[in-house]
Write a protein that binds this ligand. Structure first.
Ligand SMILES: Cc1cc2nc3c(=O)[nH]c(=O)nc-3n(C[C@H](O)[C@H](O)[C@H](O)COP(=O)(O)OP(=O)(O)OC[C@H]3O[C@@H](n4cnc5c(N)ncnc54)[C@H](O)[C@@H]3O)c2cc1C
Length: 385
């Protein structure tokens, strides 16, 4: 790679890196940004890639709408039913209680990835100093000099080599697409089983085709991956019960190992870490990408403030101060979201009798104490600013 320079160098062309570039360029089209992307140039090559269903909050939709980056292949959640297998305690959250159009939306990872790429390509048309470089693993950024380096390399729990502070929940998520007999449109189900949460989420393929995210021990998950379709569906039925009729078909089974990695410091001098490069969460609360998008949006605001307005001779100082302010401004949202997710991942997968009983009580309390339920749902939908 030849030597070149830019103001902002973004490593990583996942949803978080792409949106950070898009929000910065939308407000400051002259920004000198270089984005290093390890994905293929052609969107069609992504069309068969990562198919896991992701729950995005209404807050994330509002953010993505600002760059026309919302995928058409999405479905709104109007209610969420939470329960635990074979124990008492359940809660139902509805959009009416929160006075919102939707509690959230389900989108497949690849659809959001492609939608955001398209949004950035449109913004690129009016961004003369933006360079989007497709790189391979063998390339690196040694030849590029930048004022500010944004790390958005993302990654999955066990693939990350920076593990600063982490927790291995000894769980994997088996994802896939299931067809059922009789699902209620726009309803999501989260069921806490003895091995971990089992989420059955709507999809844009019709109301009887649902996204499955089934967490269990790595051994059970591996076993479920290799079962015949019929045996798999029967095991799933046993865990989930008959609320949505019979499970009829399963396709696209794949596994993800789950855990928590997070950086205590998300800025050092003129470098900053966002999205999964800053924190990788258990999917139990569906918060990883939502939190990453908030990282990207708020960082973009700071970067615009620095590069659109600072005199050249003060740039370094202004930038370092702005990144420190950014880190401070993300503290409450990060701490709350990471803490809540970690708590849920541990408490909702414990089999200790007192915890199981407390969990049932907590679910019932949620159901009968609307202010707690509303506060929790709002945190999930919009985070803390
Ligand atoms: C099973 C499962 C279910 C989930 N469900 C939810 C959910 O319901 N709701 C939710 O909000 N979140 C969910 N998440 C989390 C969500 O997927 C992540 O938080 C999100 O993908 C993070 O986006 P990112 O852009 O930071 O990283 P990534 O999506 O990992 O993207 C990073 C990109 O950077 C590229 N890259 C890596 N290294 C480099 C490099 N050196 N140079 C250039 N490019 C590089 C990678 O190829 C990749 O394309 C789930 C995760 C899992 C595993």
């Amino acid at each position: 790679m030849s030597t070149s320079s830019c103001d902002i160098l973004i490593h990583g062309g996942g949803p978080v890196g792409l949106t950070c570039a898009a929000w910065t360029l939308q407000k400051f089209p002259d920004a000198k940004i270089t984005l290093l992307d390890r994905n293929p140039l052609n969107d069609e090559e992504l069309a068969n890639s990562d198919s896991r269903g992701i729950a995005l909050s209404h807050g994330s939709k509002i953010l993505l709408d600002t760059i026309h980056g919302w995928p058409t292949e999405s479905v709104a959640i109007h209610q969420v039913h939470v329960s635990q297998t074979g124990r008492f305690g359940r809660a139902l959250m509805t959009r009416e209680e929160l006075n919102q159009d939707a509690l959230g939306h389900i989108v497949r990872y690849r659809n959001i990835h492609i939608a955001v790429r398209k949004a950035l390509r449109n913004i690129q048309l009016n961004s003369p100093n933006f360079s989007w470089q497709y790189v391979t693993k063998d390339h690196d950024a040694h030849g590029i000099h930048a004022q500010c380096i944004v790390h958005a390399e993302g990654g999955l729990f066990k693939d990350q080599d920076w593990v600063e502070t982490g927790r291995d929940y000894d769980q994997s998520a088996l994802v896939g697409l299931v067809e059922v007999e009789n699902a209620k449109p726009h309803q999501a189900w989260e069921r806490f089983t003895s091995e971990g949460p089992l989420a059955v989420l709507p999809s844009h393929y019709g109301h009887n085709v649902l996204n499955l995210v089934w967490c269990g021990t790595p051994e059970s998950s591996q076993h479920r991956l290799t079962l015949s379709d019929a045996d798999f569906l029967s095991e799933l039925q046993n865990e989930f019960g008959a609320r949505i009729g019979r499970f009829l078909k399963i396709q696209g089974r794949r596994l993800y190992e789950l855990g928590l990695n997070y950086r205590k410091e998300i800025t050092i001098d003129r470098e900053v870490w966002i999205g999964n490069a800053a924190q990788t969460l258990h999917p139990v609360a569906g918060q990883g990408l939502n939190l990453g998008l908030r990282d990207a949006f708020l960082l973009a605001e700071k970067l615009v403030g620095v590069f659109a307005g600072s005199p050249k001779d003060q740039l370094t100082l202004v930038l370092e101060n702005a990144l420190q302010e950014y880190a401070l401004s993300r503290k409450i949202d990060r701490t709350t979201t990471i803490g809540l997710t970690d708590f849920m991942a541990r408490v909702f997968t414990s089999n200790l009798a007192p915890i199981v009983a407390a969990r049932g009580l907590a679910l019932s309390a949620l159901q009968w104490a609307p202010p707690i339920k509303t506060a929790l749902a709002r945190q999930m939908m919009f985070g803390r600013r």
